[in-house]
Write a protein that binds this ligand. Structure first.
Ligand code: NDP
Length: 476
């Protein structure tokens, strides 16, 4: 036994992770259900480092130093359970099983409990950055026991992306914490992408600009506060020309956005926890709307618009308004996502450090962005910060953009341009900062039809009014 770490599941992600370990000087045991992928890895990348290939799972496990560290990188779901079942009889006390696939966090909680009972460590790990990230340095979000992180952590940190010399990998928390945080990361990614798409649509319709021209605007934005991987690739995609037709590439892509399900998981969990993650929810529903072909066909050309065309007189001012609206809405989406992490952390006792999560998302992952530094700083100023928007930096940053944000949302509504994430983020902002909400009326209605009781603004206690009787108030 001489391999320091093993990877089973050598499709694009596992293969690249294994190469990344090897390139960092680790001896890597490699295994795949069908041996062909293992052979092709050795043939094509075997000279990049020290690999120990095995055809059988038993040989693979036997080739690992103890305590063994086995990374599973297979199709999430039943395949992960199948691999775990195959591994279990071969492992011994203290061995560490790492699931680096995109597992749903309740599965991770279940697997961690089961393996803990067998004396094993189970580390559900979020890995972000796609194929290229896996090879060159992903953002890594490991959960599980702290004890397992002592030996596993340094290896994962070594292969992770680095920003200013700091690894984009840290211990997240016990149980399903790692996969939970990865799920919220993906949800935020949905919101970020939707916001960028809305900004693009407004610029396109407001300026009558070509995709390439809008691409240049995004490239310019990528030099400021908005600097991020997603803005950078947006600039690139918008400037790409379809080889076949010579049209802007984005103009020949069918306007139906698909999804693999992590956005949906995030929204479902937001509902379970009662955390308003409106940006992520709008983004997920916007994809669903785009794919709702029968509904769109029934509505297209049928539903009246009664809209007035966007009148842009000062082009530079309009572009700046959209930029500020994008930034402010993005801060709201992140603020909501971090609220969701805080709520889940409290519910499961994970004790997740939100500032550290923002730090490990600065590199390697899809939502890597300059402004994540600001989030880390905010949580360093106040570990218990109840609302990211209420941090002094973000209060100012969003406050300064508010007039622009309101103009953009109002213009979009008047022009009949859908901007669900921009507008719901603004509604959230105005809701959370309100002195008083019309929720008072809702609670009164609930008491009326269901005797659900209410509390009063002027004294303690819980009350019910006898609505169908003489309307006297009773202490409940
Ligand atoms: P796939 O999700 O396409 O899965 C293919 C791999 O799973 C193959 O190695 C396959 O083996 C193996 N597999 C499937 N079923 C079984 C089974 N029943 N028993 C054993 N092995 C099985 O591979 P990817 O590399 O695309 O993704 C791997 C994981 O990483 C997934 O969980 C995915 O969600 C996640 N992922 C993460 C990304 C990220 O950015 N973080 C990006 C892409 C994926 P065989 O060759 O024998 O068929």
């Amino acid at each position: 036994a001489r391999a320091q770490i093993g990877v089973t599941g050598l499709a694009v992600m596992g293969r690249n992770l294994a190469r990344n370990f090897a390139r960092h000087g680790y001896t890597v045991a490699v295994h795949n259900r069908s041996y062909g992928k293992t052979q092709s890895l050795i043939e094509e990348a075997g000279d990049e480092g020290d690999f120990v290939p095995s055809e059988s799972m038993a040989d693979f496990v036997a080739s690992l130093e103890r305590p063994r560290k086995v990374v599973i990188m297979v199709k999430a779901g039943a395949a992960t359970d199948a691999v775990i079942d195959e591994l279990l009889p071969l492992l011994e006390d203290g061995d560490i099983v790492v699931d680096a696939g995109n597992a749903h966090f309740p599965d991770t909680i279940r697997r961690e409990e089961a393996l803990r009972e067998r004396g094993l460590h189970f580390v559900g790990t979020g890995v972000s950055g796609g194929e290229e990230g896996a090879l060159l340095g992903p953002s890594i979000m490991p959960g599980g026991t702290r004890e397992s992180y002592e030996s596993l952590g340094p290896i994962l940190e070594a292969i992770s992306a680095k920003v200013d010399g700091t690894p984009c990998c840290t211990y997240v928390g016990p149980g399903g914490a790692g996969h939970f945080v990865k799920m919220v990361h993906n949800g935020i990614e949905y919101a970020d992408m939707q916001l960028i798409a809305e900004a693009y649509d407004l610029l396109k319709r407001g300026l009558g600009a070509t995709a390439a021209e809008i691409g240049q605007i995004f490239a310019e934005w990528n030099t400021g506060d908005l600097e991020s991987f997603l803005i950078e690739i947006t600039a690139d995609v918008l400037q790409h020309v379809d080889a076949e037709t010579g049209s802007a590439f984005v103009d020949i892509v069918l306007d139906q956005a698909e999804q693999k399900g992590t956005g949906r998981w995030t929204v479902q969990n937001g509902l379970d926890l009662g955390v308003p993650i409106t940006g992520i929810a709008e983004a997920t529903f916007a994809r669903a709307l785009s794919g709702g072909v029968p509904q769109r066909e029934a509505a297209r050309g049928t539903l009246p618009a009664h809209a007035t065309d966007l009148q842009v007189t000062d082009r530079a001012a309009f572009i700046e308004d959209v930029r500020q609206a994008l930034y402010a809405s993005k801060v709201v989406a992140y603020s909501q996502g971090f609220d969701q992490i805080a709520a889940a952390s409290a519910e499961h006792g994970w004790d997740v450090d939100r500032g550290a999560m923002a730090r490990i998302w600065r590199g390697g992952c899809i939502i890597r962005a300059r402004f994540l530094n600001r989030i880390t700083e905010a949580y360093e100023r106040d570990q218990q910060l109840p609302l990211l928007l209420a941090d002094e930096y973000f209060t100012d940053a969003v406050g300064n953009g508010l007039p622009a944000w309101r103009r953009v949302v109002a213009q979009a509504a008047a022009a009949g341009i859908p901007a669900p994430a921009f507008s719901s983020s603004l509604a959230y902002y105005d809701g959370v900062r309100a002195d008083r909400l019309p929720a008072a009326l809702i609670q009164a209605q609930r008491d009326f039809f269901g005797a659900h009781t209410y509390r009063r603004t002027d004294r303690e206690g819980t009350f019910h009014t006898l609505w169908s009787g003489d309307r006297t108030e009773q202490e409940a």
